[in-house]
Design a protein around this ligand. Structure first.
Ligand code: ZN
Length: 197
């Protein structure tokens, strides 16, 4: 038996619902139209889901799955899907994160790296800070010999509005410790740009 359920802060849901109803009215739509009647409620819940990262503690999640281990080669998790909202327009940006670290006595459960990408992505963000948040979280918690984060993303605020550029990809990166050395950084960059599959 497996049950899946979602929980929402009802007070927040109600307040968001009123605001979304207001937006629908102000843009010239009829909030009582059949297809739209329940939209404020759905939009409120979608927003709460997308912004749930404020309630989580990413450092604690990493610490909960740290294991003593003597392995001291690079650990790389690449192509981690990410979906976030830009803090300037509240429009989505989405793409991939690539994370590597070199252990220093401890490894972390591999699924925790995508978990912290989700937590930081589910806040209002800019890609630069998202990259930095993930990097510093791993660096301060796991205290590895080195950590590297690269994010490639496309921004709806550039694609649907503004300069309307559909194919531009923004890349941000951050490196600490061993990855500040050119050889280690190059090994990482080669690994994320090659396709083994
Ligand atoms: Zn934007």
């Amino acid at each position: 038996m497996y049950k899946y359920f979602e929980e929402y802060d009802l007070e927040v849901s109600e307040a968001l619902k009123d605001n979304f109803k207001n937006i629908i009215e102000k843009i010239g739509e009829d909030p009582k139209r059949e297809g739209i009647v329940k939209t404020p409620e759905r939009a409120a819940k979608a927003m709460q889901f997308l912004m749930q990262g404020y309630d989580a503690n990413p450092e604690e999640i990493l610490r909960s799955a740290m294991f003593k281990e003597t392995y001291n080669e690079m650990v790389l998790v690449k192509d981690i899907e990410l979906y976030s909202l830009c803090e300037h327009h509240m429009l989505p940006f989405f793409g991939k994160a690539h994370i590597a670290y070199i252990p220093n006595g401890h490894i972390v459960g591999l699924s925790k790296l995508p978990r912290i990408v989700d937590i930081f992505s589910r806040r209002m963000q800019v890609q630069e800070r998202l990259t930095h948040d993930i990097l510093e979280c791993i660096n301060s918690t796991l205290k590895p010999q080195g950590v590297a984060v690269v994010i490639e993303a496309q921004h709806m605020c550039m694609m649907m509005r503004g300069v309307q550029k559909q194919n531009s990809v923004t890349t941000t990166s951050g490196f600490r410790g061993q990855f500040e050395k050119i050889e280690t950084r190059n090994e990482f960059m080669n690994l994320i740009s090659s396709h083994l599959r």
